[in-house]
Design a protein around this ligand. Structure first.
Ligand SMILES: Nc1ncnc2c1ncn2[C@@H]1O[C@H](COP(=O)(O)OP(=O)(O)OP(=O)(O)O)[C@@H](O)[C@H]1O
Length: 415
């Protein structure tokens, strides 16, 4: 197909209530009509988290390595930033006529965001791009036409929507735990000179990190710096901690603790937990399931737990959705519920891994407000992982993974 001489690009500002699959279908169906007249007859490619989930499933279920065919590393073992780079390179190899990019900057550290912005600018000279974005900061200079979806049709973005960054919180107190903790030690987690390597490549170099009760940490670091690796050593999912000086809740790693001993003390949320969850559970039951360390509830809960869920829903301002199905909520609402689900038992440590990725500004602000509230009103230690400078987040400490040729070193920063 021939590409028109004047290349047009579109930015579509979406929020977490926008049905993205429907939007992409809409764009593909309406190419050739306003505002996509110039795409008539052209063949597009999709760059999106949904596409990465699909490729991961291809790899997992059918051993079909589409994107990483010529590399040693599987998509699964790549960091999220590396996955995005691999997908974009794969798409470009196929020379699409236009590309729809769903929140391409999400999950990228600031340097990778700049690199991607530079790459897109170059691509934009030859290929029409349609950018779906949820964050104002992700607008690109080469895009002059911004749209938003209203009642199923795309309309030029008005100033009111452009500046809609408001958020609300309410004054309900955080519900207390059903069972108070009896943890008495001064330290919760301790890494002493911990080093992790994969395939002779050092990822984490001599990490020293002491985490105490009631602390509020942000874990930062560029893509591939080892944040997920470090977290997986805390959750017990990574066996690289064995034989190292790593203590979890007073016990040295590998000294007989079970994964359930650890899970009991942790509350954990990362958005991929929702991607892979397809059950039909009510919002109330999703919340209560955090008390059982399951995702979704498989028993009838006692009255005390139903009451507790109600109090949490009041805090979240979602009481009206108590009996709705979890999967019918917007993405922003789902993230609030999953954060509260991870917190409902008042774990010793609440781990939130990229909890705001893909959220629009308003939903991110609500989630950040909830996390700050948890920090202020509970005894739980928080570890919040995010690439973005999260506006309004109030951590006491930052653990910064700084990449070197010999793996990342960790630095404690007081913001
Ligand atoms: N099982 C594995 N085999 C080989 N390499 C791995 C494996 N797991 C992680 N890595 C590599 O270790 C490095 C750190 O990955 P990790 O996912 O911990 O980074 P990250 O800081 O969480 O990145 P991102 O912000 O992009 O998610 C990456 O280069 C990744 O490719």
């Amino acid at each position: 197909m021939s590409i028109p001489s004047k290349i047009e690009h579109w930015g579509i500002v979406i929020d977490n209530t926008t049905p993205k699959v429907g939007l992409v279908d809409h764009i593909l169906k309406t190419k050739g009509t306003t505002p996509f007249e110039s795409l008539k007859g052209l063949k597009g490619a999709l760059f999106s988290p949904m596409e990465i989930v699909r490729l991961l499933e291809e790899e997992e279920r059918h051993d079909n390595r589409i994107v990483t065919l010529n590399t040693k590393q599987s998509l699964k073992s790549m960091s999220s930033g590396e996955r995005k780079k691999a997908l974009l390179s794969h798409i470009l190899k196929n020379n699409p006529d236009f590309i729809i990019l769903d929140n391409p900057f999400d999950n990228l550290d600031s340097q990778s965001q700049e690199q991607l912005a530079g790459r897109l600018k170059i691509i934009s000279k030859k290929t029409p791009l349609i950018l779906l974005i949820t964050r104002k900061a992700d607008r690109q200079v080469f895009i002059t036409n911004y749209y938003t979806l209203k009642q199923g049709t795309l309309q030029p973005l008005d100033n009111a929507t452009k500046n809609n960054l408001g958020h609300t919180t309410n004054d309900y107190a955080l519900p207390p735990p059903l069972k108070p903790t009896n943890y008495k030690e001064a330290v919760l987690i301790e890494f002493k000179n911990v080093t992790v390597s994969y395939d002779n490549r050092t990822i984490l170099n001599n990490i020293n990190w002491t985490i105490r009760p009631r602390e509020f940490w942000q874990l930062k670091g560029k893509n591939g710096s080892g944040k997920s690796t470090l977290l997986s050593m805390i959750t017990g999912e990574n066996n690289k901690g064995y034989g190292q000086l790593l203590w979890l809740f007073g016990q040295q790693k590998g000294s007989g603790e079970t994964i359930w001993d650890i899970k009991e003390k942790l509350g954990y949320f990362t958005p991929s937990m929702i991607d892979s969850f397809s059950g039909h559970h009510t919002v109330e039951h999703m919340l209560i399931s955090g008390l059982y360390d399951t995702i979704g509830l498989y028993i009838y809960p006692p009255e005390t737990e139903i009451q507790l869920a109600k109090e949490w829903l009041q805090v979240l301002d979602l009481l009206d959705f108590k009996t709705s199905y979890f999967h019918d909520l917007s993405m922003g609402q789902q993230r609030l519920i999953m954060t509260a689900r991870a917190m409902i038992k008042h774990p010793l440590v609440l781990l939130l891994d990229e909890a705001t990725s893909g959220l629009d500004d308003k939903s991110s602000a609500l989630l950040v407000a909830l996390v700050n509230k948890i920090a202020a009103e509970s005894k739980t230690t928080i570890i919040f992982v995010s690439h973005r400078h999260e506006r309004g987040l109030q951590p006491q400490f930052i653990f910064d993974l700084q990449m070197t040729d010999n793996g990342s070193v960790g630095k404690k920063i007081i913001p």
